[in-house]
Design a binder for this molecule. Structure first.
Ligand SMILES: *[C@@H]1O[C@H](CO)[C@@H](O)[C@H](O)[C@H]1NC(C)=O
Length: 246
């Protein structure tokens, strides 16, 4: 029942986003180093472990924090569930980047930002209403931050199960495919029920994107599947992550 509802919802989203066909050709092609607008060098977080994500090769567009759920279905009792998508509300944190200007925060506050949002703000997903899971767009007040985080968009999986990032009402859109995943560092926040932090990811445009070509998911908190107690069980596990969009 829940999945059917989700399907209807995702169909509606796909219909809403399918019509415009745009090419991702803005003249700022791959090969350029990240080009911050203000002379600040934005350094993508690294795990500090033996594996790392490839260095960004395109201009940074936004850094956002996502808060939502990772969904799973269960096929084997006792094993982790199989990922079937995710939903998250996105807030712009670019201006908070340490050293980037008057709105910046300390490195310590920045590095724990996803954990803070996971643990001190309300999950912005209505898990009881699959036809309308997102609340009305609103800026997010987070205790300890100098100002509310501007709402910027949503992350969801579309009708084709494509991970999608919609910013500013689809003015910027990333239809993504996963290139690489690496484990979150052992120091990551394991989540509200200690289920574990989801992997860090690197995804790139799979066609149909607007103004964006790459995204990195880093500083993840929570979101991993808990051990399944029944076949067919579904899980929606709260998570936060920082997404760096290029
Ligand atoms: C994930 O689960 C939520 C309910 O917790 C539901 O609203 C949403 O449609 C599901 N999304 C996907 C992609 O399965």
């Amino acid at each position: 029942m829940q999945l059917q509802g989700a399907f209807v919802f995702l169909s509606a989203l796909a219909a809403a986003t399918a019509s415009p066909v745009h090419r991702r050709c803005d003249g700022s092609g791959a090969g350029n180093p990240p080009a911050p607008a203000n002379g600040v060098t934005y350094v993508l977080p690294s795990t500090g472990g033996p594996t790392s994500l490839p260095a960004p090769d395109a201009p940074l567009k936004h850094i956002v924090v996502g808060h939502g759920v990772q969904n799973y279905t269960c096929t084997t009792v006792g094993a982790a569930g199989v990922s079937v998508g995710a939903l998250a509300v996105l807030h712009d944190v670019t201006a908070l980047y340490p050293g980037s200007g008057p709105g910046a925060i300390s490195s310590t506050t920045w590095n724990s930002l996803t954990s803070t949002v996971l643990r001190t703000t309300t999950l912005p997903i209505n898990t009881n209403d699959v036809s309308s899971p997102f609340p009305a767009p609103a800026d997010l007040t987070v205790s300890g931050l100098p100002y509310p985080l501007p709402f910027i968009g949503h992350h969801y999986f579309d009708i084709n199960n494509t991970p999608t990032f919609s910013l500013h009402n689809d003015a910027e859109l990333l239809k993504a495919q996963k290139i690489l995943n690496i484990p979150a560092p052992s120091t990551a926040d394991r989540g509200l029920n200690s289920e574990g932090a989801v992997d860090w990811l690197y995804l790139s445009d799979k066609g149909g994107s607007i103004g964006l070509t790459k995204v990195y998911r880093v500083l993840t908190s929570g979101g991993s599947s808990a051990a399944c107690s029944a076949v067919g069980e579904t899980q929606s596990v709260p998570y936060t992550a920082m997404y760096w969009l290029y």
